[in-house]
Ligand binder design. Structure first.
Ligand SMILES: [Zn+2]
Length: 331
């Protein structure tokens, strides 16, 4: 049996502000004379997606200074490296910080500095996906994009769309076209809470190259075929889908095995590992245990994460060889 924290992998769907060590957040909050958000209290249960959003906003509000952003990015590198992650594309919601702190550059620049320090220390490469919270107006998305594009050479690789899916993708079509034309990859969330139409909207209106979650694709066979023919991968986050009520009722009812059987490119991700106490290796473990997957299937999921990433070709092939070695050694 292979140890899944030593399985080399890429991590494609993980929010930086949802990955902060509770102890670190508590220290940062205390320094700014704030209290730790309620979701870190023992036994806290999310009521619904709106509740999750509220808690998430409280986490972000704790971050105020450059050193806060640098620290959480650096510690992210350490934590992810310990999970076998060699390469990560990390979502960062710039619009949640820029207006509040009256600087759009400082938060992003500090995160990139933290990642660079983490790369030197822990040997893991982290790239940034700047995302926009869809309940906020397109003007904020434009401002986030404009900043993201200026940092394209320093590690920003993609533009994303998160938050409440009752705001459909089409609202942001122009912003995403500009992002893609500017050289960023389009990686919106879709089909997490809403049905296949939101995934289709992301594909067509936003030119999505991967879909965040996308689990409702399984309800529409023609959409499954469309995703396959376009080579668009899904970023599946098991615990997250179950932890927020009304998404997936229980882990054994999660459509992961059906998505794999349908021939889709499926990747395993943690979404917000600190909030759900579910780091990525434990998400692989959960998939393995719940659906009876073997080491070959685990290696296949790790391979898919590398293939679907925007890492350079040489980085990709070196992680793929490491995965093959892991599989050899686990036999
Ligand atoms: Zn997400």
């Amino acid at each position: 049996m292979g140890d899944l924290s030593s399985l080399p992998k890429a991590h494609l769907h993980v929010h930086l502000e949802g990955s902060i060590r509770p102890r670190t957040l508590s220290e940062i909050a205390a320094r700014h004379r704030l209290t730790l958000p309620a979701c870190f209290e023992k036994g806290y249960r999310f009521r619904d997606f709106a509740d999750f959003n509220l808690q998430y906003r409280a986490i972000r509000a704790c971050l105020r200074e450059a050193r806060d952003f640098r620290r959480i990015a650096f510690e992210f590198c350490q934590d992810e490296a310990a999970q076998g992650v060699r390469y990560a594309e990390v979502t960062f919601t710039l619009g949640a910080h820029g207006p509040r702190l009256e600087s759009w550059e400082m938060p992003l620049e500090s995160v990139l500095e933290g990642f660079e320090a983490g790369r030197e220390r822990f040997g893991i490469t982290c790239r940034v996906i700047v995302d926009h919270g869809r309940s906020k107006p397109p003007e904020l998305a434009w401002r986030a994009l404009e900043t993201a594009l200026r940092y394209r050479d320093r590690g920003v690789v993609g533009f994303g769309l998160g938050g409440d899916e009752k705001y459909p993708p089409e609202i942001f079509a122009d912003v995403f076209h500009a992002a893609v034309d500017g050289g960023l990859h389009s990686v919106p969330h879709a089909g997490e809470i809403t049905g296949p139409e939101s995934i289709r909207g992301a594909l067509v209106a936003l030119r999505a190259e991967r879909i965040g979650h996308g689990i409702s694709a399984i309800e529409d066979q023609s959409l499954v075929e469309e995703l396959k023919s376009r080579g668009v991968a899904l970023e599946v986050c098991l615990t997250s889908n179950v932890a927020i009520p009304a998404l997936v009722p229980s882990i054994d009812r999660h459509p992961l095995p059906r998505l794999i059987d349908a021939g889709l490119t499926v990747t395993i991700n943690s979404d917000t590992p600190a909030i759900f106490s579910a780091p990525i290796a434990s998400e692989y473990e959960l998939a393995k245990k719940t659906f009876g997957l073997n080491d070959e299937a685990m290696a296949e999921l790790a391979r898919a994460s590398v293939t679907a990433s925007f890492a350079g070709e040489s980085a990709k092939s070196s992680i793929q060889s490491e995965i093959s070695r892991w599989l050899e050694e686990s036999r």
